[in-house]
Structure formats: C-alpha cells, structure tokens
Design a protein around this ligand. Structure first.
Ligand SMILES: [Zn+2]
Length: 338
C-alpha cells in the first residue's frame, strides 16, 4: 500500500487536464516499462501495456489519466483571465484554488481562481448570491499585471492549459484527500495489479491489456481497442453520496450508469468473486456518470463490459477516499485476472 500511495502522490503531482496529459502518460509508461510490460503507444497519446495470459482472447482493463481542468478563453483588459472549463467541472468546486497556467512556450505561471465579486467588504451580499459561472469567475495571476498587454508580454495566450492544485493529503488513518483521485487512483491500481501478478509469479487466465486512456472526461478515451479483446472493464471511481450505495471502504461494482446497464453475467461473476474472497463491495447504479467502457460501446465492438472502482466522496470536487477502497479494488481485479 505504501508503494502505491507513493506512486499516487507522484502522479497527482503531475498536472494532466484533458488534452494536456503527455507528462503524466510518460510517467505511467515508465512504470509499465519498469515492470517489463509490452507497450503499444497510440496516435491519440494514450497507450496500453500487455501482460501475456493463458488464453488468446484478452481482457482490457482501463483507467484514465486525464482530469478536469480549464483553458485560457480570454485575456481581459484589466489583466485578469477568463477560462473555459474542460469536462464537467463545477466552478464552485475550484473557488479560491491555486492553479497553474501552462503556456505553449513552456512557461508556467501561478494564480488563483477567484469569483469576480469575492470580497464581502467590497461587494456585500453579492458575494453570497452570485452563481459561480464562467462569466463570474476569473484568474488572479501571481504577477504584476493590470492590462491585456501585461498578459501578452508574459507570453500567456488563449488556448493555454490550466491545471488546479490537487492539494493531496494522505492521512495516518488511511484517508486520502485530493482532487483527481478520479481517476489517478485507478491508474495507480492498474500498476499495482501488474506488479502483484509479476510478484506472485502467476500467469493470468487470459491476456490482459492495461489501457491508460487520456480523453475519458470528454467521452472519447477508449479508442484503438485491440482485436483480441472480448471483455472490457473500466476502473473508475464509485460515487459516495446521498442515494448511492458506494463507500470509501469498498469497491463499487456498477450495475448501470447514465448510458447503459452493464453486462449482467460479468457483473454477477464479479459479485460472486467478491463474496467468495470476502472483498468489501457494493453494487451501485448512477445516472450522471459514464465510463470509458460504456462510451466505447458505440464503436460496435462485441465484448462483455463492466465498470468498478474505489468509492470516492465529493467527486469532481475536493475528493476523498480511503486505503480500504483501493485495497478492495485491487483485490477484486487480481482475483478476476488469475
Ligand atoms: Zn473518471
């Protein structure tokens, strides 16, 4: 668990808003190479790493390295910056958060996402009443700048990517608080699965492709599915909250998301495995949710499909999970693989 947490911290420290995932993908590729896995790099920037199995047909297991983030939309005349969100990011979820602007020439500038009406002393009740929307929030840059020209001189331009501070905290009692546990916690779980298979010296019952996707948050992450795949499992977060069964101490097995019910037999097999091996789990159905696998079904590939993952609280906000959920997810993936 400690090695996995160290990798999680390292991966969370690498910004990877959707569309700007090169460095985080390179990190994962390095780790797969260290494990001696065969890598297939893809034109769209993702990759998959293959573990040979007994049967020729293959199981695809995927997690996504892209996260929510933003892009520079407009350089304002007062030296502030307007952003456009990447993915389903609520602006209230990043209010007051520190951020980085990554310019095309490689410079990185710090700043903070602020409501335009932020000071109670200046704006009174409007601070409480205003919705947090693209037009009501802006970047306060940590630089001397009070005009559009100042921003241009710094080399900031429309189209530059913006990443938010994940503010990761790993607590002694096992809780992990951070932005982007969705889905970096699961990327690290895939590495842990490959490591465990290697260390135990077992050959998986079928070939496994570990697919690290990079456009999940916009619904086109799982592309170039290898020909031999007849089952696809997305490892993505379970969502803890009112009306859901998910828990920060369990692996969530999804029976349905906003697009489709998942494969009945495959879900039943996963549930039976969890029961047999005393892995804490829950079955959940969730509406405002899609996975790489459910999005990929429109490609018409004939395969069984599932989605499972650690229960995470306050998803797409300042998220939290517990080591228990990571362990349960790893255990279920391992038992299904061998
Ligand atoms: Zn996700």
């Amino acid at each position: 668990m400690n090695a996995m947490k160290k990798q999680l911290q390292e991966l969370l420290d690498i910004p990877s808003p959707i569309g700007y995932t090169k460095e985080a993908t390179a990190y994962l590729k390095d780790k797969c190479q260290e494990l001696g896995l065969d890598i297939t790099s893809l034109n769209k920037g993702g990759f998959y790493a293959t573990i040979a199995g007994k049967a020729k047909n293959a199981l695809l297991i995927n997690a996504h390295v892209d996260t929510l983030g933003a892009m520079v939309r407009e350089l304002k005349s007062n030296g502030r910056i307007k952003l456009v969100a990447l993915g389903g990011m609520p602006w209230g979820g990043v209010e007051g958060e520190n951020l980085k602007i990554h310019t095309r020439s490689g410079k990185v500038y710090g700043g903070t996402l602020m409501p335009i009406k932020s000071s109670v002393h200046v704006h009174g009740n409007k601070v409480r009443e205003e919705l947090r929307e693209p037009d009501s929030v802006e970047v306060r840059l940590d630089e001397f700048c009070s005009s559009k020209d100042d921003l241009v001189k710094l080399g900031i331009n429309v189209g530059d990517f913006v990443s938010f501070d994940p503010r990761t905290r790993m607590l002694d009692n096992g809780f992990i608080k951070s932005r982007y546990l969705d889905d970096k916690s699961c990327c690290v779980l895939l590495l842990a699965l490959a490591k465990k298979i290697k260390e135990e010296g077992v050959t998986p019952r079928k070939t496994i492709h570990l697919f690290f996707s990079n456009y999940e948050e916009l619904g086109h992450g799982l592309y170039a599915i290898p020909q031999d795949v007849d089952e696809s499992i997305s490892v993505d977060i379970g969502c803890v909250g009112e009306g859901q069964t998910a828990s920060e101490h369990k692996v969530t097995i999804l029976a349905k998301d906003g697009k489709t019910p998942y494969d009945y037999d495959l879900i039943s097999e996963l549930v039976n495995l969890a029961e047999k091996n005393q892995i804490p789990y829950n079955i959940d159905a969730i509406e405002n949710y899609g996975s790489d696998t459910s999005a990929a079904l429109s490609q018409g590939k004939d395969m069984r499909f599932a989605c499972l993952g650690p229960g995470v609280e306050s998803t797409h906000h300042y998220e939290r999970t517990h080591e228990d959920a990571l362990q349960a997810t790893l255990d279920l993936l391992y038992h299904y693989s061998i």
